[in-house]
Design a protein around this ligand. Structure first.
Ligand code: MG
Length: 167
């Protein structure tokens, strides 16, 4: 009746690109490099939802060599994944995300990221978790050369109220 899923994504930082995390543009000297808008938060959530549904991964659905997805707004990709999952008679229970970024400090941005995710996912904000952490100056993320996100989701069958596992 329940399905859990995990998703992870990382993109390199790049000066002159916009920084978009969880559908929110964040003022910063560098953004993330990618075929789409490189929103690691939305990409990680897409993969968590696809994984929980047994529907593959974001690279299979939206190939990064397909011109259609060049500079794509990842909110559009997530909406498509939400739609696909609901077509498979699954609904989201909650989503939880950890953003790994040395800079910028995301504390002030977390409330807007959370409310944006809640709206995109059709969830109450209380069912969406957004945490941010640095990598303590270690590794590529810690040195500001990349930003990553880890996400988990829980899905349940849309007919959960009447579903019997014995059927
Ligand atoms: Mg990605």
């Amino acid at each position: 009746m329940y399905r859990s899923g995990i998703g992870y994504d990382l993109h390199r930082t790049h000066r002159g690109r916009r920084l978009v995390l969880g559908g929110v543009e964040i003022p910063h000297e560098a953004g993330l490099l990618g075929h789409s808008d490189a929103d690691v938060v939305l990409h990680a959530i897409c993969d968590a939802m696809l994984g929980a549904s047994g529907l593959g991964d974001i690279g299979e659905l939206f190939p990064d060599n397909d011109p259609e997805y060049k500079d794509a707004d990842s909110r559009t990709l997530l909406r498509q994944v939400v739609e696909l999952v609901s077509e498979h008679d699954l609904e989201l229970v909650n989503a939880d995300v950890v953003i790994h970024a040395q800079t910028p400090n995301l504390r002030a941005h977390k409330p807007l990221i959370r409310s944006t995710l809640a709206e995109l996912l059709g969830l109450a904000p209380s069912r969406v978790g957004v945490k941010a952490t640095t990598n303590e100056g270690l590794d590529a993320i810690g040195q500001g050369r990349a930003i990553a996100a880890l996400a988990t989701v829980l899905l349940r069958r849309a007919d959960a109220a009447t579903y019997s596992p014995a059927e």
